[in-house]
Structure formats: C-alpha cells, structure tokens
Design a protein around this ligand. Structure first.
Ligand SMILES: Cc1ncc(COP(=O)(O)O)c(C=O)c1O
Length: 353
C-alpha cells in the first residue's frame, strides 16, 4: 500500500506551550485509511485535518462499534521527537479490533504512517517540560445501516493534539471514591479493550464521584464487587510494605502499557511485584495495620497519579499523610526521564520519529 500525502495550504496558529490544555486543539493534518470487504484496508493517506462526512444512519453512531488508542510523542532536550512503546499501542489496537469484530490492520504499516504524520507535524510537538503531542488512533464503523450487526466498512484515522503538562499545579495526590452502585466492566465483556462504550458507561459514576468531591472512581469487579480493578481510566498499584501489588489482568481490566512498564522497571530494580486479586477490605485492613504505604494510578495521560484519600461507604482513609510517597515519585521520574530521552530506555521502548 502506498501512503499518499497532500499538504494543507493554510496552517493553523500554534499556541504557546504555556497555553496548552488537553484534547481541545488538533494539528493541521491527519491520517486516514478506509476498509471494505473487496479491497481490505486501502487508500492510506495523510491529508489536511477535516470533518468526517457521514450519513445519520452510520453504524458507529448507533451501536458504538468504535475503538481507539492513546499514546504520546515527546520532545527530547536535543530537539528530537520520540514515541514511547508505540508497538504496544498498535498491538492493543488490533486486540480491540478483534474483540469488536473490526478487521485487523498491518501494525508495522500503521506505525510507519504515524511516524510520517508526526514528521510532517513536528513543529506541533511542544518543547516545555511535561508537554507532549497526544496521538489518537481511532477506527469507526461506517456502514449507513440501522440494523445490529458488524459493519462491512470502516474508517481508520489518526489525529494529533498538543497537550500541556498534566501536573501544572504540582504532583499532588488525588482523592478517590469506591462505588458499589456501578461497575465499569465484567469478565466476558469488553473492559480489556479500548472501545468507546466502556468510557460512556463510566461517566455517571465519574459524575457522582466529582459531585461528592472526589476526582476518580475506584472500580470494583463486576461480579462480587469485592476486588479492586482500576481507578478512573488508569490501572492501580498498591505498595504493601516493600511489595508492589497490582490487580491481575482478569479480563475486565485494560492491560495498560504504563502498568506493564512499571512492573518491568520494578522487577529490574529488584522490587518484589505481584499481580493478584486485591479485595477492597484488604486495602482498608492494610491501612489499619500500617502495611499500606502507597497507592497510585498509572496511564499515558498522567504517567503516575498518586492517591491520597480513598472513600468506601462511610470509611475514609488517608494514605501516607496525603503526600506523594517515594515509590510513586521514583516511577514518575524514571518513566518521564525515559519518555523525554533523559535516561536510557530498556531495549525496544523508544521509537525515534
Ligand atoms: C480504562 C483504562 N485503564 C487503563 C489505562 C492505562 O493504559 P495506558 O497505560 O496504556 O495508557 C487506560 C488508558 O489508556 C484506560 O483507558
């Protein structure tokens, strides 16, 4: 397949790094590719950023057959632009495709197209500490049809958005709220992939948490509502004394690339790591007996998000006096140093653009 490139004739104004927020502004170009059963994936192209023209009956609008990814390009001190473990994102994207009855794509081709797109948009990669270029690959069902079945046609697109530093107000712990009223995902469902409906399903609980003064929901498993699964749209880690523990991938948890990176770094540093079921009662007991040292979330947006307060029913616990602990700090520094090219990365983690 040949990638065609058509350049925008007028370019947008680029904001100052200090004015960047998250996800509101997009670059001048995008990648597009189409699928139909006759041609398979075809017509890959980089072209000016534009609307998608669709019939009101287009399937994605009705049944949510949509998948996406989220990753970032980082600018190093020497001005280079690099991606953090992008092959993992495209592998997960294809797993999401399989789960949602969407035809798989060639991961190598997609990564190559992404690199070419970023090369064209290089000036959009911000330069100040903590800023980055957020990358959103997406596939949506395109048949104009309102019957329930998998679509026959699809659009694959990649858009890019320069984003500001996540921790503009400092690396502060968040307060999280455990819900038994709502669940995010269940075993046998689609919680282990990045499909649009998972996020729609999480909104009401998120809203309730916010109204109660908490920034994220701590999700319990969908069957017994006993075991911890994720926090907001991040994976979750606990430090019990000197051991790092995270919920095992049960089928309803998204296998985060940051999660995998934290586990790999911890192992390389000689920290004991365990992936297992962790009940919410165990967390509160460990807090009581003093063995719960730290709690933090992990994900591409925040990298590491320390948790300071957990509310479960009428019980509220404060972890580490509500301050950021040394383990959270160490992972945040190590990962961001790798992402911004300040230290050497484990083999295969960094792809230069
Ligand atoms: C539900 C959910 N869990 C966890 C994560 C963290 O994944 P990653 O570390 O790959 O960003 C994300 C974000 O992608 C997510 O949407």
């Amino acid at each position: 397949m040949d990638l065609t490139i058509s350049r925008a004739t007028t370019l947008k104004d680029r904001p100052e790094d200090s004015d960047l927020t998250f996800g509101t502004l997009f670059t001048d170009h995008m990648f597009n590719m189409d699928y139909n059963p006759e041609k398979g994936w075809h017509n890959p192209r980089i072209e000016p950023y534009t609307n998608i023209d669709m019939d009101p009956s287009t399937m994605v609008l009705h049944y949510g057959q949509a998948i996406f990814e989220g990753l970032k390009a980082y600018r190093t001190d020497t001005g280079d632009v690099q991606l953090f473990r992008p092959k993992e994102n495209f592998a997960r994207f294809n797993r999401s495709a399989r789960t949602m009855c969407i035809p798989e794509f060639d991961e190598g081709f997609a990564l190559d197209a992404l690199k070419q797109l970023i090369e064209i948009e290089k000036e959009w990669v911000p330069k100040t500490t903590g800023t980055s270029l957020y990358i959103r690959p997406t596939i949506i069902a395109m048949d104009p049809f309102v019957g329930v079945r998998a679509s026959h046609t699809y659009r694959f697109f990649i858009i890019l958005s320069p984003v500001g530093a996540y921790y503009k107000e400092g690396f502060n712990p968040v307060k999280i709220w455990v819900t038994k009223e709502h669940v995010r995902a269940v075993r046998g469902g689609v919680g282990h992939v990045k499909t649009a409906g998972n996020y729609a399903a999480s909104l009401l609980a998120g809203d309730k948490a916010q109204k109660a003064g908490y920034s994220q929901v701590l999700w319990l498993d969908g069957v017994e509502q006993k075991y911890v699964e994720e926090v907001g749209s991040m994976n979750i880690f606990f430090v019990f004394n000197d051991e790092l523990v995270t919920p095992e991938l049960s089928g309803s948890i998204l296998p985060g690339i940051t999660r995998d990176s934290v586990l790999a770094l911890a192992t390389s540093w000689g920290i004991k790591t365990t992936e297992r079921k962790i009940s919410i009662d165990e967390i509160f007991d460990a807090h009581k007996n003093g063995s719960l040292k730290e709690v933090f979330g992990t994900g591409t947006a925040a990298v590491v998000s320390p948790v300071g307060v957990v509310k479960y029913g009428d019980d509220i616990i404060t972890i580490g006096n509500g301050e950021v602990g040394p383990v959270s700090n160490r992972f945040f520094s190590a990962l961001t140093d790798i992402q911004y090219g300040k230290t050497e990365a484990p083999a295969g983690w960094i792809e230069k653009v």
